[in-house]
Design a protein around this ligand. Structure first.
Ligand code: SAH
Length: 397
């Protein structure tokens, strides 16, 4: 095994904090030969062993730790254990047991950097985003089949971040065959179709499950505006919760087609209360303002405006803009359910942006709940970067 030796003083984050990433600037030298994804032994400058990591020469994140135990073998059995532990963690939480749509592996936060696995019924979708994860594809898939007994595994490794690792996009069936009928899951009593091959991410935004449930609890009798609705997850929960009307906006035609199809899968829901609008949210909110339209409850769940801290300034302006418009469109006593899934925008900054938006809208507002990703998207305490999704439920005077 090749050895990766750190610069003097650069062992702290690995040794003291068990942070799984080693940046290029911390690495002193490589002794021996290692190809992308190979396992290397990581040593401090004084040659104290720190653990074993996947080497990624193309990436600024030069290595990702698989283990902080310098003696632990990284082999098929290792992945079988790690995958089984991740699946068992979900089974141990009653709220997650029996969910048909479930994140089984949340990458670094489950001790498997670069590995995402989402279950939709008896189908599991994997996304491998790092050189190390890519190398261990077969072991990971075998571990998933063993731990879940799923009928099939599909790979959706077409995320842009693979480019940073020098990896090509790759998609297709890794185990079993395409199912005969379209995939659906039940979530909080609503049926949703999932397009694993063509949808966003692995097909669906499982991280918002608990927040969609909360919206259902809040929606009775309300005029709801759901911005960035994707396939209608929040919209359908609002209808199920007894909303008076639900107007949903997205710029993606295919997402809205799926949203309409999802509504049709739930004949018990009052379809006549739902309206779908294909539009740019920034423009649509301005138009509503001009038309003098008002809502009781507004959901803002935009895409990632700031993938990293370097985009934070521009992203902050975009968040401010939609939240300012959102505040203006709320009736007195209305609720704003607002999110950021940008890694580059921390919770503190997000709260400041929302405070500025309310102030500029001339509205007094208070946080009544802090919101985050669902329990199957845990945040490992040694990996605070895992906390990408943050939200606030704000009551507006
Ligand atoms: N709330 C959704 C997930 C939202 S993902 C759920 O619970 O499933 C973000 C969505 O924003 C995507 O569907 C994307 O198509 C849409 N989008 C991105 N930019 C947009 C814009 N400027 N206007 C409207 N929709 C946009």
């Amino acid at each position: 095994m090749a050895q990766l030796i750190l610069m003097p003083g650069k062992e702290r984050s690995a040794f003291k904090q068990h942070h799984p990433w080693l940046f290029a600037g911390s690495v002193g030298r490589l002794e021996g030969r290692a190809r992308p994804g190979d396992t290397v032994e990581v040593l401090a400058d004084n040659l104290r062993p720190l653990g074993r990591a996947a080497y990624s020469p193309k990436s600024q994140i030069r290595a990702r730790f698989w283990t902080f135990d310098p003696e632990e073998s990284v082999d098929d059995a290792f992945f079988k254990r790690r995958v089984a532990a991740a699946v068992a963690r979900r089974q141990a939480l009653p709220e997650l047991r029996g969910q048909q749509g479930l994140r089984l592996i949340h990458a670094e936060s489950d001790g498997l950097p670069g590995v995402i696995a989402d279950q939709y019924g008896d189908t599991v979708v994997v996304q491998l985003t790092s050189a190390g994860a890519d190398k261990w594809r077969n072991a990971i898939v075998a571990g998933l089949v063993k731990a879940t007994g799923c009928a099939r595994v599909y790979e959706r490794s077409d995320s842009d971040v693979r480019g940073l690792e020098g990896l090509e996009p790759t998609t297709g069936w890794l185990h079993g065959e395409a199912p005969d009928s379209p995939l659906t899951i039940a979530e909080n009593g609503v049926t949703l179709g999932i397009d694993i091959a063509g949808g966003h991410k692995t097909g669906f935004y499982l991280d918002q499950r608990e927040n969609r449930f909360l919206l259902g609890q809040l929606a009775a009798g309300k005029d709801v505006l759901n911005c960035f609705c994707y396939t209608g997850g929040f919209s359908l929960q609002a209808l199920a919760g007894g909303a008076a009307s639900v107007l949903s906006i997205d710029s993606s035609g295919p997402a809205l087609d799926q949203a309409r199809a999802n509504l049709a899968l739930n004949p018990a829901l009052p379809a006549d209360r739902a309206t779908w609008l294909e539009a740019d949210v920034f423009q649509a909110l301005r138009d509503f303002r001009k038309e003098g339209r008002q809502f009781d409850l507004i959901v803002l769940d935009p895409p990632k405006f700031a993938p990293s801290a370097s985009h934070a300034d521009r992203a902050a302006k975009a968040y401010k803009d939609i939240n300012l418009l959102g505040c203006r469109l709320l009736k007195p006593g209305g609720l704003l359910m607002t999110y950021s899934c940008s890694g580059g925008i921390g919770l503190e900054l997000f709260q400041k942006i929302i405070a500025g938006a309310a102030l500029d809208a001339g509205r007094e507002a208070r946080i009544v709940r802090r919101l985050a990703g669902a329990a199957d998207h845990p945040v490992a305490l040694n990996f605070p970067e895992g906390e990408y999704l943050k939200g606030l439920l704000v009551q507006i005077d």
